[in-house]
Design a protein around this ligand. Structure first.
Ligand code: ATP
Length: 416
């Protein structure tokens, strides 16, 4: 079939709108004209460190048959983007891209670059033109970077998100969601749906905290579970529309494998193995830091205050533990931990020997062995003895940041 791919990005601002809502409006207009989508629309999360993102750096794409209706479809898309984008915001620079044909390897590579690296508007425009894309830039048109990527990214792993939208008169007001019903929904549908609630923080994660048109968003491995979830969640305000997107959220697609610590670069997200070098320490503000090392070098790892109870888990690490860490290197050149797996716990601690009388001995001075304060016995050897200590962490186990601090792309343990 001759396919027309449509990509849209950068239409929203912190004050309003959401590219998914705009897409769902477009889809409604297309449906009214008898134009149906091939497959679900896609919500593609890109580089979490991209500078100009509003929130989660997401672009949208969908595809239709490229037939006599294609020109009408393009007209509708451009009209709606023109009508609904938040043009007043300096940082809103919409981009729309149409592409007719097969997705090539070069396009797939570009999409992964948009997740791993930074791409300039110029670069995206040149690339798009080379691929034969029809490019529409509004204002600076930065959105074309994400639009091309949203069209091109292959989804070997994917999840779904159901987004329910509010009536415009309710934008910016407190959302009327019955929290008890969200707890019930989670009980009924987890782990087919996930990231609904952070139980420790009593945080309802399906509810956005911004004045955007989204009333709630439920994430899931299956469309069926989303339909069940929607039935259970009760709200006290109208839902004017809803739309299910196929996404790369919670797939770990942003995580690159790296041979060693020294090969990792700032603003990259990685999975790396290292040995804990020092005991994790908390600094002012509640952020927790420690270093991991391998033969190539070392890097500071951070569990920041918003990761709440996760810092407690991190605090159980001790020097000599070998861990596999997943995360990204941010502004401060610190490796922000999203999750870690214990590969080998260092459960040996060297202590002073215990005297025959049962009392732990004390040092008798440098290289002078040990003495017992209770019975006076002395031993000449100054060597401490290894003892096995009890650890609060388990070998092979994964530990993750809580739902409330999770990145859109981070794969939760319930999906691993
Ligand atoms: P929301 O999640 O609410 O939709 P957002 O966080 O996705 O908002 P956008 O308004 O889409 O924010 O802005 C992100 C901008 O960054 C877009 O213009 C997009 O094209 C661009 N962008 C995406 N990936 C990259 C990248 N790898 N390098 C440079 N720019 C990028």
């Amino acid at each position: 079939m001759n396919v027309l791919h449509i990509g849209i990005d950068d239409t929203d601002s912190p004050d309003g709108m959401c590219t998914t809502f705009l897409a769902s409006q477009i889809i409604n207009r297309l449906n009214e004209k008898g134009i149906e989508l091939l497959d679900y629309p896609r919500l593609i999360r890109l580089n979490p460190f991209a500078r100009f993102k509003t929130r989660g750096n997401g672009g949208v794409s969908f595809k239709i048959e490229n037939n006599d209706n294609a020109d009408l479809a393009k007209e509708i898309v451009l009209m709606e983007v023109e009508k609904l984008s938040m043009f007043d915001c300096d940082n809103t620079n919409p981009g729309v891209v149409f592409y007719n044909g097969e997705i090539t390897d070069e396009m797939r590579d570009y999409a992964f670059r948009a997740i791993y690296e930074f791409i300039t508007i110029d670069e995206a425009e040149k690339f798009g033109k080379k691929m034969g894309c029809e490019i529409h830039k509004f204002k600076k048109g930065r959105g074309i970077i994400g639009s091309i990527a949203a069209i091109s990214l292959p989804l070997s792993d994917y999840t779904f998100e159901l987004l329910a939208y509010r009536a415009p008169e309710n934008y910016g007001t407190e959302r009327q969601i019955d929290y008890d019903s969200v707890y019930e929904m989670d009980k009924e549908t987890f782990p087919d749906t996930f990231e609904n609630i952070d139980y420790k923080e009593n945080y309802i994660a399906i509810e956005p905290k911004t004045p955007c048109p989204v009333l709630y968003g439920i994430r899931s491995n299956s469309v069926e579970a989303l339909k069940t979830a929607k039935e259970i969640v009760k709200v006290g305000e109208p839902i004017v529309d809803s739309c299910i997107f196929k996404t790369n959220q919670h797939t770990d697609m942003h995580i690159q494998k790296t041979p060693d610590i020294a090969s990792m670069k700032q603003f990259g997200c990685y999975e790396v193995i290292g040995e804990v070098k020092n005991k994790p320490k908390v600094i002012e503000g509640g952020h927790m830091f420690f270093h991991i090392k391998d033969e190539s070098g070392e890097i500071e790892c951070g569990a920041y205050e918003p990761t709440k109870g996760f810092r407690n888990t991190v605090s159980y690490l001790r020097p000599g533990d070998v861990i596999r860490v997943f995360g990204g290197i941010g502004e401060q050149n610190t490796f922000n931990i999203e999750k870690f797996q214990v590969l080998k716990l260092n459960d040996v601690e060297y202590q002073n020997p215990v005297c025959e009388c049962g009392k732990r001995m004390t040092s008798a001075g440098k290289n002078k062995g040990f003495k017992c304060k209770k019975c006076g016995r002395k031993i000449e050897s100054s060597e401490k003895v290894p003892i096995i200590i009890k650890r609060n962490l388990k070998n092979a186990q994964f530990y993750e940041t809580p739902v409330s601090a999770r990145r859109h792309l981070s794969k939760p343990l319930c999906r691993m």
